[in-house]
Design a protein. Structure first.
Lengths: 162, 162
């Protein structure tokens, strides 16, 4: 097979701005995990938002399969960016972030600030945010790929998402 | 930790009908794969449709990271079902399917029928469906989970999706 040119470009200011706006506009995302039962990929929809420090945060139920998966294998990936009503779905921008999950303990002194900030952007979550089986989970980005449509892919660093 | 009741119910006719309608209405999905570089989860947006026999099908570019991932690790998971504009995003139904990927060779005698059927539901794909670096990939379901909103989860078999 002949060598191909790398189809992924280095991030520029436009790519960084688009990635940040996708995160700022996201209330949910798709999450890829490793299924602890057999090591194969699993996928779920999660709530997504930023922590007060700009980091990525989710709120998960202990009843959800990805709760056990993230406990067993913190390496995960999230995708965000909605598909609009028109055109080829693959031309709509989306951001894929490889990340590492870390659970926030119920008595973590940082939790109250995370909780209050979360409820600004996820007001419906006040119905369950304080249930004992819900936990905040930080998703610390390791790398990211922005796909702005066909042949418009960019590699981003964690700093680019800030 | 005390034993919890299983939060996932067996499929009923309503769950089967919802799962099938989500598939029938889907033109794209989120795909979870195993990244061949390091074995961690990867995630991508893919085009999705049914094959003429009702099975799940996608069309992928060899330039997409999930192409190499599926070649190396055919076990994957797809999620479909859009989030509506209103309410908590986690109350909108979505279907998660664990599947096994198999690539359709360019000279596979089945390809012309797959291609023609695909273009009915993905008309914009006629711009690239015949490019040499695009391949159809069957995603054969192994099991599925339907989440119809909080506390409304159902386990489905491959037959339930047909």
């Amino acid at each position: 097979m002949p060598t191909r040119p790398d189809p992924v470009a280095a991030a520029d200011d436009e790519a960084r701005a688009l990635a940040r706006s996708l995160i700022d506009g996201a209330t949910h995302a798709a999450l890829a995990v490793t299924d602890p039962a057999d090591g194969t990929p699993g996928i779920s929809r999660i709530a997504l938002g930023r922590a007060p420090d700009g980091g990525l945060l989710t709120l998960v139920s202990a009843l959800a399969p990805h709760h056990a998966a993230l406990k067993a294998h913190p390496a995960c990936a999230v995708m965000l960016g909605e598909v609009g009503a028109k055109g080829d779905p693959l031309t709509h921008p989306r951001l894929m972030v490889k990340a590492r999950a870390s659970f926030i303990a119920p008595d973590d002194p940082a939790r109250p600030a995370l909780r209050d900030h979360w409820l600004i952007h996820h007001p419906k979550a006040k119905l369950y945010v304080d249930f004992g089986d819900f936990a905040f989970v930080r998703l610390t980005p390791l790398s990211a790929l922005l796909n702005g449509g066909f042949a418009r892919a960019f590699r981003l660093s964690p700093e680019d998402l800030g």
